[in-house]
Ligand binder design. Structure first.
Ligand code: HEC
Ligand code: HEC
Ligand code: HEC
Ligand code: HEC
Ligand code: HEC
Length: 248
């Protein structure tokens, strides 16, 4: 049923017909006329107006919520790569430290994907014939970088710096989760402004000694907040919350 049906418009044709019938003394034969609109229609009309107003507000609000859903932020979305690289084998089984491959993370804004030469340090000996490693050898011998697809990316108008975080006691696992358990990397954090600010306003529970930055299984000796507060004092951690820190 549409709301328009409830509009209390006058219906002149009907009024005239009734009046004409009355003039000819015919109304007495008609059954008692009921009002065209039931008393409840006024309430319904108001309800419809209310619903329309709510829809006008709800639309944009729904959109604002939608852009923050994992579907849009690409949270939890694994990405297909040119080589089926598996962090579980390399990090867990082979015990390779994150920084062996992502060595830029401690000294530059970017953690970066490792160049093919890093893979070849091992794969010139480990599985040198394997079919699934063929793209690595092609990249190496043709001197063409592998085209790793991005999993995490903040918009261009946002400034992010790995070294600033890593050197102030924020471990990889705080933002990237248990990468060592991921067959294909996916984002566990939404990377929204709210997410950044939540930590910047209250970093204590997220801080750890610098020696444990790449440790995926580290647990604080005391409560995370106490341990973190100590790290904050030691490293003089003071995350910025002013707009220009992240929007330069
Ligand atoms: C042997 C090399 C190697 C090691 C060790 C390694 N990675 Fe990676 N990492 C890669 C490669 C190659 C990619 C790109 C392909 C992919 O996404 O799987 C990658 C991708 C990633 C990504 C996604 C990057 C993006 O595009 O957003 C994250 C996050 C990441 N690694 C974190 C870690 C963490 C944390 C550790 C340590 C627990 C680690 N990596 C150890 C090689 C490595
Ligand atoms: C420190 C040595 C080392 C480095 C560096 C290394 N790998 Fe490996 N990789 C291994 C070993 C050992 C295996 C096989 C054994 C296993 O499954 O743990 C392996 C297996 C693989 C496999 C087979 C699938 C799998 O995960 O079992 C792929 C694909 C692979 N590596 C890609 C890469 C790429 C790409 C890089 C560079 C970013 C790289 N590796 C760097 C040691 C290394
Ligand atoms: C404070 C949160 C945070 C921490 C801590 C952090 N990362 Fe990231 N990481 C991000 C964000 C945000 C991006 C996307 C950056 C961009 O778009 O420029 C990213 C991107 C990456 C990428 C993709 C390539 C790049 O440089 O953009 C890799 C690889 C990566 N991180 C690995 C690591 C490793 C390894 C560590 C630990 C040594 C680590 N990250 C610590 C938030 C973090
Ligand atoms: C888990 C906690 C945490 C998260 C999440 C986090 N940060 Fe930070 N951020 C820190 C800490 C700690 C520092 C270091 C503060 C200091 O320098 O004393 C920092 C510093 C920074 C700085 C200052 C860098 C400099 O050169 O001074 C920028 C910019 C920044 N963060 C951007 C971001 C952005 C953008 C995000 C979200 C995509 C983010 N951060 C998410 C904890 C976090
Ligand atoms: C700690 C880092 C950080 C700080 C501080 C910060 N922003 Fe952001 N901002 C982000 C990130 C990351 C995004 C992109 C992700 C998103 O849209 O949520 C963003 C997105 C935005 C957007 C795009 C619209 C939107 O919500 O998607 C606007 C506008 C904005 N910020 C304004 C501000 C203003 C104004 C301030 C100061 C009061 C501020 N930001 C401080 C990290 C930050």
């Amino acid at each position: 049923m549409s709301c328009v049906g409830w509009l209390p418009t006058r219906t002149p044709g009907l009024t005239l017909a009734i009046r004409a019938a009355g003039d000819r003394g015919l109304t007495s034969h008609l059954p008692q006329m009921r009002p065209v609109f039931a008393p409840s229609s006024d309430t319904l009309f108001r309800l419809c107006l209310g619903l329309a107003a709510a829809a006008i507000v709800a639309g944009p609000v729904a959109l604002m919520l939608w852009v923050r859903t994992p579907y849009v932020t690409k949270q939890f979305n694994p990405v297909d790569q040119p080589v089926a690289f598996d962090h579980r084998h390399h990090v867990r089984d082979d015990g390779i430290d994150c920084l062996y491959c992502h060595y830029e993370a401690t000294r530059s804004p970017y953690a970066g994907a490792p160049p093919t030469s890093v893979c070849m340090n091992c794969h010139s000996q480990v599985w040198p014939e394997a079919e699934r490693l063929a793209p690595i050898r092609a990249s190496w011998f043709q001197d063409r970088p592998l085209r790793w697809q991005r999993v995490h990316q903040v918009p261009a108008f946002v400034y992010f710096d790995h070294s600033a975080h890593v050197s102030h006691g924020v471990g990889c696992v705080e933002c990237h989760g248990r990468v060592d358990l991921m067959g294909q990397v996916y984002a566990v954090a939404p990377l929204t402004m709210q997410w950044c600010l939540d930590c910047h306003r209250d970093p204590d529970p997220h801080l750890r000694p610098r020696s444990e930055i790449t440790n995926m299984e580290w647990t604080p000796p005391r409560s995370p907040r106490e341990t973190g507060a100590e790290v904050r004092r030691q490293l003089q951690v003071e995350p910025p919350v002013n707009c220009t820190a992240c929007h330069r």
